[in-house]
Ligand binder design. Sequence first.
Ligand code: FE
Ligand code: ZN
Ligand code: FE
Length: 197
Amino acid sequence: MGLFTRDIKSLEDLFNHALKDIYYAEHQILKTLPKLIDKASDPQLKKDLKQHLKETEGQVTRLDQVFEMLGEEPKGTRCPAIDGILSEGDSILGEVEGRSVTGAAIVFAAQAVEHYEITRYGSLIAWATEMGREDVVRKLEANLREEKAADRKLTEVAEARLNKNADKRATTRRTARARPTPRRVAKRKAAPKRRSA
Ligand code: FE
Ligand code: ZN
Ligand code: FE
């Protein structure tokens, strides 16, 4: 990213910048996923992350092909957005104590990454479409499909198990759900009627 130069003058320039961003990001993700795989104890989560690591290797290959289609050398540029997302995930996982919460925390960190990638591929696909590069669009769409599938699987495993594992009150709540708790009743009484301004 050039802070003091203004070298993005066209849609092609913008596309090239974004392509280098995601190229850098995919490489950083390749380095991070093995750490998440190590920390994951849920077998399904571990399996999904391993599969996505494999897919990510393939995504880098597709990006190499996109650079080639455009007659450019594959090259990344440091993207502060993905750096921030990865370092936040790293620090949260460093603060988590105990296996039961770790799964939910991994999904929290990993979904931020998938959503970042989904926005980036979304923009890249729109711009490549505008530029009339259907060949490039097809490669990017293949990557986007994998990011969306990875995101969906993370939601599934979190909602099926990991969030409940992390919630120590889940078993108590299951038996107490039938009647309203005193706290809930008190809250209902205390809440003033809302008025719009
Ligand atoms: Fe990716
Ligand atoms: Zn950037
Ligand atoms: Fe991904």
